[in-house]
Design a protein around this ligand. Structure first.
Ligand code: FO1
Length: 308
């Protein structure tokens, strides 16, 4: 049995996570989730990427948005509006229960890792879903128009419209790799980076002190999947951000990002093969529109581990 560690961000990463979850026995799969998008909102600790992965694997995710819970209601948001608030982040009623419980468990002294395990178990998710760290790390985005913004302010409030100048990961220096993540990497047979935004989803995880070393020290080879196809991001602001930060908007830029720690880079078969020294390039159909395509890509990525 191959033990796989999958690094994921939000909606795009959750698609490959679901494919892997369908293909692998649950104890062979560990999903490490970005928590750089986490923030406080109306006194609640919200962990969007953790919840997106859990709701997706539990079969509860809103199929239109790819985040939140299918069929959720907006009674609380409407009540807030009636009280004169203009909430810009759509936390709906059932989703709020998750944030309430997480916030209360934090108050009782539980770690993010323990809370994610509890939320997974309560929703019937049987693989391990591990936050990248138990310390709070918060991604901040420097924009031309508004200066430094919290990630969700940039992403949701300003709809990724401001021009990105820089990104930083606040609190990362004080964070640490959890024993659970370290153990999973130590015993892994394969490490996979999902098609998530390199700067907003993967980088926060790599900034946790010890994470790069744990990946490097693992005997497992690493494979990354492109989030950029035909010069466009499958989802989110990756392509726009890359252009604003001065990168060529192509899978080649993302492959270069991974060059020093990934052996194989999966680009999309719709794109031409480029000349790169490293990593080794493999073309697959990376577009995941339905469950069958998620399962197919997961199988094909796992099959690549035979050649790395
Ligand atoms: N994304 C939006 O674009 N608008 C929202 O109002 C929004 C609310 C939301 C609530 C809970 C949750 O878990 C995720 C939510 N997201 C929303 C998605 C989230 O901002 C992003 O998908 C990730 O942080 C990026 O990976």
């Amino acid at each position: 049995m191959k033990r796989v560690v999958l690094f994921v961000g939000g909606v795009g990463g959750a698609k490959l996570a679901l494919g892997m979850y369908r293909v692998l026995p649950p104890d062979a799969l560990t999903i490490v989730v970005n928590t750089g998008d986490d923030f406080w909102h109306y006194g609640l600790r919200v962990c969007p990427d953790t919840d997106t992965v859990l709701y997706t694997l539990a079969g509860r995710v809103d199929p239109v948005n790819g985040w939140g819970i299918a069929g959720d209601t907006t009674v609380t948001l409407d009540a807030l509006r009636a009280l004169g608030e203009t909430p810009w982040f759509n936390i709906k009623d059932r989703d709020i229960a998750t944030h309430l419980l997480r916030t209360e468990m934090l108050r009782r002294g539980h770690t993010l890792t323990q809370i994610a395990a509890h939320l997974a178990q309560a929703q019937g998710v049987t693989c391990r879903v591990l936050p990248m760290s138990d310390q709070f790390v918060e991604t901040r985005v420097q924009t031309r128009e508004h200066g430094w913004l919290d990630f969700q302010e940039y992403f949701v409030r300003h709809r990724c419209q401001p021009t990105v100048l820089d990104v930083r990961y606040e609190g990362a220096e004080q964070a640490a790799v959890t024993p659970q993540v370290a153990q999973a990497l130590h015993t892994a047979d394969l490490i996979v980076f999902a098609p998530s935004n390199p700067w907003l989803s993967i980088m926060p995880m790599l900034h946790v002190p010890g994470m790069r070393a744990a990946i490097a020290q693992s005997a497992a080879p690493s494979i990354a999947v492109t989030p950029i196809v035909e010069g466009r991001a499958i989802k989110g602001p990756a392509a726009k951000m890359m252009a604003e930060m001065g990168y060529e908007v192509s899978y080649a830029s993302v492959a270069r990002f991974y060059a020093d720690f990934v052996r194989v880079f999966v680009y999309d078969k719709r794109d031409p093969l480029r000349e790169l020294d490293a990593p080794r390039l493999v073309a697959l159909d990376t577009i995941m529109t339905d469950e069958a395509s998620k399962v197919r890509l997961a199988r094909e990525v796992l099959a690549l581990s035979e050649m790395v």
